[in-house]
Design a protein around this ligand. Structure first.
Ligand code: SAM
Length: 272
């Protein structure tokens, strides 16, 4: 039997609010997925007016997630991951990448939106080494105490903490750096932290931010310096916090980068 979230019964479709757009479903729409509704597509279309190549931005993010997990699994020896703000299943989900390099790799997906569990269970929990947890990452203690997290993650060994495409959804007064540190405090030396986030790169970025704030209620595009500061206290690995296509690319990347290529930045650090 598939493990249930937090001991609750199966997530009912009634839990999925179709009267308002959700971040997970809007992102799915941006990526060209099918797990979204008209209310979400309206937002995706509005963002596309602000940033015509927004789908490319989403795929740059998915691609760097894949490269990051590959690096962690293949080169950093990480075989257990907590994927915070995991999103709906799409191509190359974290466990698919990690288990390609280590079939025993364990992945816990955490997302606040019950649709991720409802739609994601079949794919994201496709073997006993993966689980989906419906929880709010702003409550690290609860997330870290969750039975699925305790079952799959051995906190005496290095962990890959993934905060990919999510920290711009946290307001300043929610203390995103303290939340990052709460997860990193729970994992031992040798653990790694991967972050990607929207960056305040100029007027186009601010237009997307305004649309997100208006329709989704969240959206804080931080400066490169602010995003780099998330890694304070850890050893930031080469090439640092950079535009996503520049993070350990598989081939040459033409420059100058486009606005879409620069819209999100990311990096990986190691806890010493
Ligand atoms: N990490 C994936 C990626 O980068 O491709 C998905 C990113 S998607 C833009 C952000 C996800 O974070 C959504 O699925 C949303 O439901 C989830 N999310 C937003 N706020 C959250 C919170 N407080 N706790 C957990 N998940 C959250």
């Amino acid at each position: 039997m598939v493990e249930q979230d937090g001991g609750s019964a199966d997530v009912q479709s009634a839990d999925i609010d179709l009267s308002r757009p959700s971040i997970a479903r809007v992102y799915d729409a941006v990526l060209g997925g099918k797990d979204n509704y008209e209310v979400d597509r309206v937002v995706a279309d509005q963002v596309r007016l602000d940033m015509p190549h927004i789908s490319d931005v989403g795929w740059f993010n998915r691609a760097v997630l894949g490269r990051g997990v590959r690096f962690l699994a293949e080169q950093a020896g990480i075989d257990q991951f907590i994927d915070l703000g995991a999103g709906l299943p799409t191509l190359e989900n974290t466990h698919q990448v990690a288990q390609r390099y280590n079939p025993d790799a364990r992945v816990v997906y955490v997302d606040i939106d019950p649709i991720v569990l409802a739609h994601g269970r079949a794919l994201l929990e496709e073997n006993e080494n993966t689980a989906v947890v419906t929880a709010d990452l702003r409550e690290p203690e609860k997330v870290l105490a969750h039975p699925s997290v305790r079952r799959l993650i051995d906190f005496s060994r290095p962990v890959g903490v993934l905060l990919v495409g999510i920290l711009h959804h946290l307001h300043d007064d929610e203390g995103p750096k303290a939340i990052v540190d709460a997860y990193m405090d729970a994992v031992p030396a040798g653990s790694h932290l991967m972050i990607t986030a929207f960056c305040d790169t100029g007027p186009e970025a601010r237009a997307v931010q305004e649309t997100m704030l208006e329709f989704l209620g969240t959206g804080r595009f931080r400066t490169l310096e602010e995003i780099t500061a998330y890694f304070d206290g850890y050893e930031l690995l080469e090439p640092g916090v950079v535009a996503l296509p520049m993070w350990r690319p598989d081939g040459p990347v033409g420059t100058p980068l486009s606005i879409a290529q620069r819209l999100m930045v990311g990096g990986v650090a190691r806890k010493g």
